[in-house]
Design a protein around this ligand. Structure first.
Ligand SMILES: Nc1nc2c(c(=O)[nH]1)N[C@H]1C(S)=C(S)[C@@H](COP(=O)(O)O)O[C@H]1N2
Ligand SMILES: [Mo]
Length: 499
């Protein structure tokens, strides 16, 4: 008989195994799903140069590319295992089972993994090997209807077997998908003692194309090392504050909610945001001041850093002095008036105005260890990124980006110098003078500032550039530097075609 049907049954068998593993993982621990576990290990092992290339911290798109890559490799291996089964049934079974060993080991090697995390991978192996055996038997049963056809492919049997297996996989996989989100207790936000004035209307009404003053949560960028966000039930969530403290403490969700809450407008930026990039968002955050909790724990003299960490294996090093200097660093539980969503760190995350996310915004926060920079290193620091990360002053041109019509054109965008505040933005067209832009509403030093300039556009190619100043009057850096190790510099420049 031809070879390819064996490859196909290898594929469908592995698919059924993975789907069974995935369905079981949704009951045990979504992070132990065979595909997710392999992806997570891959992210950990990725060398820093490749991470620079992939956008440093993996963004949403990088994760998809990674998952597709893993899928292609796994499919090729499964096809190969099917081909082996043609020569020797036992070799095919051994190969399929061996394939399942990789995700099993991967799931076990994740931080905080327990024995149950091995079950989805093991189930995938058993189901995959079993499906291969059954499909091979079906394929090799002699045809009864057409004498003389022995040794050839019985298409009907083949299609029934493989389609049946594929449908089974689909059902199991969707069972896994739909079983996933139910476990978490819904969050009810406590009422605020006082309400901040609403964020004013922004320039986006006047000039569509300028980023809205407040970023809708659905459009807020997402960066993290977690392939599937850790699902933490608030009822079981705990935050431990320990290390160099006089009074180590652990608080529950209800205890956190009982503490005084603040609500502040803060811009969050990723260190891997390239000049002109969109890994920056601004909204209203609600939470408990980190300083209140740190003071309760009583940091010892000599401590200079807080290492915050989460179940995805991430950690961030925030200078202790920054968390205690009076800025609105908080343990946030809500953004834009709603409880944090899963991908943005539910139920609670750290947020430190003025610092890039990788050093001050740990999502799914479960521990604050008071320590020293000499003693402890954060996740990205051990991978070649900086120990500290104050946000660099930066202006972004949102509109126009490529083309414009002759006549009056609004050049506009946003600029940030988080925790110092933006005092001015200037725009240059071609080799002309730097012209002052008009600034949008002032929401505070921790928030970005919208800006625009009216320009009489003439036909042809033009070059636009923008630069921002912080409230100390310091202009942003002109020298072009890459995002690693501590944030990109250079002016945002765009070429546009006016017709
Ligand atoms: N647990 C955890 N927290 C994390 C990260 C992570 O990988 N894991 N990434 C950090 C980085 S690099 C950034 S820029 C911000 C992004 O937060 P957002 O996804 O809510 O925009 O989260 C930070 N907090
Ligand atoms: Mo980041």
């Amino acid at each position: 008989m031809q070879r390819w049907p064996y490859g196909i049954i290898g594929l469908t068998s592995a698919g059924l195994g993975l789907a069974a593993g995935h369905a079981l993982a949704s009951l045990v621990n979504p992070a132990s799903s065979p595909i997710v576990a392999v992806g997570a290990v891959f992210i950990d092992l990725t060398p820093p140069w490749l991470k620079d290339f992939a956008g440093a911290a993996f963004g949403t798109a990088d994760k998809l590319v990674l998952l597709i890559g893993i899928g292609v490799v796994v499919a090729a291996l499964a096809f190969g295992a099917g081909l082996l089964a043609r020569r020797s049934p036992r070799a095919g079974i051994v190969a399929t089972a061996a394939l399942a060993l990789l995700p099993t080991i991967a799931a076990l090697s994740r931080p905080g993994a327990g024995v149950v995390d091995a079950l989805p991978g093991l189930l995938a192996g058993v189901v995959g090997a079993g499906a291969l055996t059954l499909q091979r038997r079906t394929l090799e049963t002699p045809r009864s209807t057409s004498p003389g056809g022995e040794g050839g492919l019985d298409r009907r049997r083949f299609i029934v077997a493989t389609a049946g297996t594929a449908v089974g996989s689909g059902i199991l996989a969707s069972l896994g998908g739909s079983a996933a989100p139910s476990a978490v207790t819904p969050v009810v936000l406590p009422p605020l003692p006082s309400t901040e004035p609403a964020i004013p209307g922004g320039l986006e009404a006047m000039a569509p194309g300028i980023s809205p003053l407040r970023t809708p949560t659905k459009d807020f960028y997402r960066i993290d090392i977690a392939l599937s966000p850790p699902r933490i039930d608030p009822a079981e969530w705990k935050l431990t504050i320990d290390g160099l403290v006089g009074k180590p403490l652990t608080i529950s969700w209800d205890e956190l909610l009982a503490m005084p809450m603040i609500e502040r407008d803060i811009t969050l930026t990723c260190v891997s945001n390239p000049i002109g990039g969109d890994l920056c968002g601004s909204t209203r955050w609600r939470g408990v001041r980190v300083a209140d909790l740190l003071r309760r724990a009583d940091p010892r003299p000599g401590a200079d850093m807080v290492l915050s960490s989460s179940p995805d294996g991430f950690s961030a090093s925030t200078p202790l002095a920054v968390l205690l200097d009076g800025r609105d660093a908080m343990i946030a539980i809500a953004m834009d008036g709603e409880p944090l969503t899963s991908i943005h760190g539910a139920p609670a995350r750290l947020l430190t105005p003025g610092l890039y996310g990788f050093v001050g915004a740990t999502k799914w926060l479960t521990r604050l260890k008071v320590t020293t920079f000499a003693e402890d290193k954060a996740y990205w620091t051990t991978r070649g990124w900086s120990e500290e990360g104050p946000v660099k002053t930066s202006a972004r041109i949102d509109t126009p980006r490529q083309a414009a019509k002759v006549g009056e054109v609004i050049i506009g965008g946003v600029a940030w110098a988080t925790h110092r505040g933006v005092s001015a933005v200037e725009v240059q067209v071609d080799d002309g003078p730097w012209l002052p832009a008009t600034l949008g509403p002032d929401v505070g030093v921790d928030y970005w500032r919208q800006w625009y300039l009216r320009w009489q556009a003439t036909p042809g190619q033009h070059r636009l550039a923008a630069r921002a100043y912080d409230t100390d009057g310091r202009p942003q850096e002109e020298a072009i530097r890459a995002v690693a190790p501590d944030g990109a510099t250079g002016y945002h420049r765009v070429g546009i075609n006016v017709t």
